[in-house]
Ligand binder design. Structure first.
Ligand SMILES: Cc1ncc(COP(=O)(O)O)c(C=O)c1O
Length: 380
């Protein structure tokens, strides 16, 4: 591994802007894909070793218990494959620019107007659209710490700084997150990598008086008690981001969406791709949304396995942050998180390792019952 590769893994592209090295992906948490050196033409402001390191995605078919990128342990709804195949018959035509009929189906699902929904190539694409739409280059987006590590990297790609406000140890929002001037503030609820969750009503109180646009990334919300979407009517400057990647088992299809007031949604559409979601993705996500029973089974499986893993890890002396997401965040009873991740890797169990300024912590996706059995056997 070269110095450049190490920088990519450890600094998550924050460069000089990271106030401290807490909650960043550990240098050795897995990704070992062959990165080329960058060219001399890369924008100088991005700097050497710039980039986001996604979690390792081993080639399909290899025997891994894959608990490192918060995917669903279950297959998508049975109707998805047929819907995607049917859509493939029309791939010579561009898709609907608004992602219809999926957009209207998502709107109906959340009891909002279709003008309040913008679809994207995953929630990640909508994060980029928010940065493009609401922040003048040279300004700073306001983030929490910890948060989704892609956010600061995406900000930098858009020529933005990232101003970071630390959360309380219990995942509470510091007052400075509301009062610090910024064109855009982004928080993740439930948060990653901790899994902590703030009740929507508490969030509304905490954010009272915040200027600019507030993005609430609810990628993991289906595993938590409630969404902020019902509060949007009273908070016209909020945008809620959601994804089909987690609770709908469609990480491979790449569909996310934003819900908010029609004018904010129009802003996102103005800066977004002309055709943000392809025909197969529209059809597949629509079929998944239609199968509420299957979605319920996915969520129920994750919640019951989350309870089981929480009990088992606690009984074995691990320190756990109470999680409302499809992962647990845990500190092993002895040694460092990185050492434990290596032990798990040797047992073919992939987890994600984070530096937190101490022994580190592991973010472990809730797998299927069989995968979780393998995890428990490996930590024993
Ligand atoms: C907080 C958060 N937002 C967004 C995403 C990405 O969602 P998508 O797969 O829809 O791009 C992730 C992925 O892990 C995430 O953790």
């Amino acid at each position: 591994m070269t110095a450049r590769h190490r920088a990519r893994g450890n600094g998550v592209g924050l460069g000089g802007q990271a106030p401290r090295q807490h909650f960043v992906h550990s240098a050795d948490d897995g990704p070992r894909f062959p990165l080329n050196d960058m060219s001399r033409f890369l924008r100088a402001s991005l700097g050497d070793g710039f980039g986001y390191t996604p979690g390792e995605q081993p080639a399909d078919g290899r025997e891994w218990v894959k608990l490192n990128t918060n995917e669903s342990p279950m297959a998508p709804a049975p109707g998805v494959a047929a819907a995607v195949a049917a859509a493939a018959a029309n791939l010579h035509r561009y898709p609907s620019a608004d992602g219809e009929p999926l957009r209207s189906a998502v709107a109906a699902h959340h009891a909002v107007e279709s003008s309040q929904v913008a679809l994207g190539n995953g929630a990640d694409a909508l994060i980029n659209d928010c940065l493009r739409a609401f922040c003048e280059p040279g300004t700073s987006v306001l983030l929490t710490q910890p948060t989704y590590s892609l956010l600061a990297v995406a900000a930098r790609i858009h020529g933005l700084g990232a101003h970071v406000v630390a959360m309380g140890a219990d995942g509470s929002l510091a007052h400075a997150f509301t009062t610090t001037p910024a064109p855009l503030r982004v928080l993740v609820n439930p948060n990653t990598p901790t899994g902590t969750w703030i009740e929507p009503e508490h969030l509304a109180t905490a954010l009272d008086g915040a200027a600019g646009v507030v993005v609430i990334d609810e990628a993991y919300c289906d595993f938590a008690p409630r969404s902020c979407i019902p509060l949007l009517a009273d908070h016209p400057q909020w945008l809620v981001l959601r994804t089909f990647s987690k609770s709908y088992s469609l990480a491979g299809l790449r569909v996310g969406y934003a819900v908010g007031s029609p004018d904010l949604v129009a802003d996102l559409r103005a800066v977004g791709e002309s055709y943000p979601v392809d025909r197969c993705a529209i059809a597949g996500a629509h079929a998944a949304l239609d199968d509420a029973a299957h979605h319920g089974r996915i969520v129920e499986t994750v919640l019951s396995e989350r309870r089981r893993l929480t009990e088992q890890f606690t009984a074995r002396g691990w320190q756990l942050t109470p999680s409302q997401a499809n992962f647990i965040c845990a500190v092993p009873p002895t040694g460092t998180a990185r050492e434990t991740a290596e032990v798990l890797r040797a047992a073919h169990v992939l987890v994600r390792c984070f530096d937190d300024g101490g022994r580190g912590l592991l973010r472990i996706t809730i797998g299927s019952p069989a995968e979780n059995d393998a995890l428990l056997a490996a930590i024993a």
